[in-house]
Design a protein around this ligand. Structure first.
Ligand code: F6R
Length: 363
């Protein structure tokens, strides 16, 4: 059942090229992104003034990553709100608000409650769900399925990457309907269709991860830093590390370091620096230099030929050259593998971490 892998988590990590491909393929027809399951006309999409994305845990972090692509391509403001907060916050929502609810299981109690609250306030609701026929899928006005297949490991991997993939597809689709992709359609589609192959390349580029896990597994804590899209990915990378390896891990927007956290950087403190977004990389580089000057051990995640970063880091994780707009699906992969091998090194129960359930059906 584990297909020769030691754990479901590793099997599911390795299934990601196929899962992302299965999620993209039915939504591309005749050189365009299509969503037959959405009953929204172009003029209804044009009426949307605000998008709220709500979810819990990794699904929330998927929303954080997707926000950049939606705002950049559609120029509609996107708020990403934790479902457990949204449900009690009397949110500002009306019939020109589109609420996107993300859930792998479709049974998360807080997510269901947030969805009901938004519906009651008159929002249009769109669910991004993996489990067919689940409660979230049934309650929402529209449901877009992630075709990840069954996810058994408690820590989500292919669930997360397919959720982000759907948000990227929706970003391109809405932008197209709004007439904002003129002349760009082909480039955007090519970038989306390259994702499964690039995930495979991310596997191939990181054979050194089991050895890196041996170096970092006994760390007291790990900091993950990045800016913009790299920051969103850092949040999910830190969560993966925490939940399966039980190491303290924290993600920071790199620019926030000097507003407090830098006080914690001392000799040999591991800092995982995400540098997958060329537009902002120089800024993250300066943060790397800052933490290194305080003795930090820097594990940088970047492109192989990125000499500036490669020459200053102590250790490296690699990604192939990717479009920063759609980077999360590929860039998270080395961090999933790092969390997996660190947890394995520490003898943790990887598929069933302590205190966690696959589907959180109570508040
Ligand atoms: C982390 C993880 C959880 C879930 C969260 C939401 O690896 O799996 O944080 O992402 O409990 O679950 P769903 O997506 O089923 O609503």
């Amino acid at each position: 059942e584990k297909g020769g892998y030691e754990h479901f988590m590793l099997k599911e990590i390795m299934e990601q090229p196929g899962a992302v491909k299965a999620t993209i393929a039915p939504r591309i027809k005749e050189g365009k992104v299509v969503f037959e399951e959405l009953g929204l006309t172009a003029s209804e999409i044009g009426e949307i003034r605000k998008i709220i994305i709500t979810a819990c845990g990794s699904a929330y972090y998927a929303g954080c990553a997707g926000k950049y692509a939606i705002e950049k391509l559609c120029r509609i403001p996107v708020e990403v709100v934790l479902a457990s907060e949204l449900r009690y916050s009397d949110p500002l929502i009306d019939n020109r608000t589109l609420v996107i609810v993300i859930s792998q299981s479709g049974e998360t109690a807080d997510t269901i409650a947030a969805l009901k609250e938004c519906k009651a306030k008159g929002a249009r609701t769109l669910a991004v769900v993996n489990v067919v026929g689940s409660t979230v899928a049934k309650l929402a006005d529209y449901t877009v399925y992630t075709w990840a297949g069954p996810e058994i490991a408690v820590a989500t991997t292919k669930g997360y990457t397919t959720q982000v993939t759907v948000l990227y597809l929706l970003a391109v689709y809405f932008a197209g309907q709004l007439g904002r992709t003129e002349g760009e359609d082909r480039k955007l589609l090519t970038a989306l269709q390259a994702l499964p192959r690039q995930i495979q390349q991310a596997f191939d580029l990181n054979a050194s991860i089991p050895a890196l896990a041996k170096k970092y597994h006994a760390s007291k804590s790990l900091f993950f830093i990045g800016r913009n899209t790299d920051y969103a990915i850092a949040l999910e990378g830190a969560l993966k590390m925490k939940e399966i390896s039980y190491l303290h891990a924290e993600a920071y927007a790199a620019g926030e370091l000097k507003h407090g956290t830098i006080a914690l950087i001392e000799e040999h403190q591991p800092v995982i620096a995400l540098c997958g977004n060329p537009a902002i990389m120089e800024k993250t580089l300066s943060n790397i230099v800052e933490v290194k000057s305080r003795g930090a051990e820097v594990l940088a995640l970047t492109f192989r030929n990125n000499q500036k970063i490669v020459s200053v880091a102590d250790d490296l994780l690699f990604i192939p050259k990717i479009d920063a707009l759609f980077s999360a699906v590929v860039e998270i992969v080395p961090l999933q593998l790092l969390a997996y091998y660190v947890a394995r090194e520490n003898g943790c129960d990887i598929d069933k971490p302590k205190n966690l359930a696959k589907s959180v059906t109570v508040e």
